[in-house]
Design a protein around this ligand. Structure first.
Ligand code: NDP
Length: 336
């Protein structure tokens, strides 16, 4: 199954002539996307919770209004606030201000995919989800390079939703990197799977290796340096991106290549159980069970995070890391 991928040439900024875009939220994505939109010649107004006085947006020279007023003024609303507060903000402040033919854009498919937001039938509803952190969205635009995005048309009320979506993608700099079209449900599932399926499995491999080597008597700082603190792993990942997973092996010594190929086969037996666990996680995501659980946990969320942080600080692993990072003056630990 192949996807449709859009580039700059597929998008026409002229489609947005006469339109005003309300950027709702001026955080990680909001600030970067608003600056890029403005530099692309799009008329932008910022809608922010701190009413008329969001210092950062004002300092950047934007007109800043309360969210409802910004949406009332605009024909496109780009929702760039945290996903967990979005349903309440959408229902209370955004939806009442939107008229038929207006466009609403999400940077994550989460709320629409799991039925937490149901936009009215007369709206164009699109997905413009950068695969890049907020600061990178701005840096890439300024540098003239691109970043990729997952995009989609969830609802086309005007018959022009795809053209408007592509114009927004071009204006924020995403078509330079390539925009892959997909349903919002797929974007949400892929995003959550990376966070819940891939990330923790990868983390477990790293922690198992650290624990094994420390238990075998190697000093924690040497173990951590060997495995990832040196930056060699990060560098290899960059090479994997550049030349591919298997070809990057050519950058390693012959001893390394022989050893990792011959010993790598021993882990094949873990493939089936690993896929089974990951499949469970994916199943919970796609069925909406995770979204339901997370919605139900909102009231206790701060308490849960405090407990997790307290446990994390007590873990031997965290203590080894902090000591090693301090000793080698890596990152902010070096300043302590
Ligand atoms: P942020 O956490 O950076 O958003 C902060 C902004 O949201 C601020 O303007 C803040 O207002 C506002 N805000 C916070 N709470 C509320 C509320 N209760 N009511 C109204 N406004 C509120 O969000 P991100 O930029 O990280 O994420 C925005 C969207 O982009 C999400 O859909 C996310 O999934 C998506 N995304 C994020 C990526 C990332 O790297 N961060 C990558 C790709 C997509 P104030 O300053 O006044 O408190």
């Amino acid at each position: 199954m192949s996807s449709t991928i859009y580039h700059d040439a597929d998008a026409d900024l002229g489609v947005l002539a006469g339109e005003t875009v309300a950027v709702v939220g001026y955080g990680n994505q909001g600030r970067s996307q608003a600056l890029n939109l403005r530099d692309s010649g799009v008329s932008v107004v910022i809608g922010n919770i701190r009413d008329y006085a969001h210092e950062a947006a004002l300092a950047d020279g934007f007109r800043v209004l309360p969210i409802a007023e910004a949406c009332a003024e605009a024909s496109c609303a780009m929702l760039l606030i945290p996903d967990e507060v979005m349903p309440e903000v959408y229902t209370g402040k955004v939806a009442p201000q939107l008229s038929p033919g207006d466009l609403v854009s999400f940077a994550s498919g989460y709320n629409v995919a799991f039925g937490l937001i149901e936009p009215a039938a007369g709206l164009d509803v699109v997905l413009v989800a950068p695969r890049m952190i907020g600061v990178g969205v701005r840096d890439a635009y300024v540098a003239g390079t691109g970043y990729p995005a997952f995009v989609g048309v969830h609802q086309d009320a005007t018959g022009n939703a795809r053209a408007r979506m592509l114009a927004l993608c071009k204006a924020v700099g995403a078509t330079r990197g390539g925009c892959i079209e997909m349903p919002m449900a797929d974007e949400a599932a892929l995003d959550l799977f990376t966070e819940q399926g891939f990330g923790p499995a990868w983390g477990r491999v790293m922690m198992s290796a650290v624990e094994l080597l420390v238990e075998a008597g190697f000093p924690p700082e040497a173990v951590l340096m060997e495995l990832y603190l040196s930056g060699e792993l990060a560098y290899s990942l960059e090479k994997i991106r550049e030349v591919g997973m298997t070809r990057q092996m050519d950058f390693h010594s012959r001893t390394s290549q022989y050893g990792s190929i011959t010993r790598g086969a021993r882990y094949l037996s873990l493939d089936a159980p690993l896929k089974e666990k990951m499949g469970e996680v994916l199943g919970e995501i796609r069925s909406g069970a995770f979204a339901k659980e997370w919605s139900e946990q909102q009231e206790q969320a701060n308490e849960i995070f405090e407990k997790i942080r307290a446990i994390r600080e007590q873990m031997p692993f965290t203590k080894w890391e902090t000591a090693a990072r301090r000793a080698f003056r890596i990152g902010d630990a070096g300043k302590g």
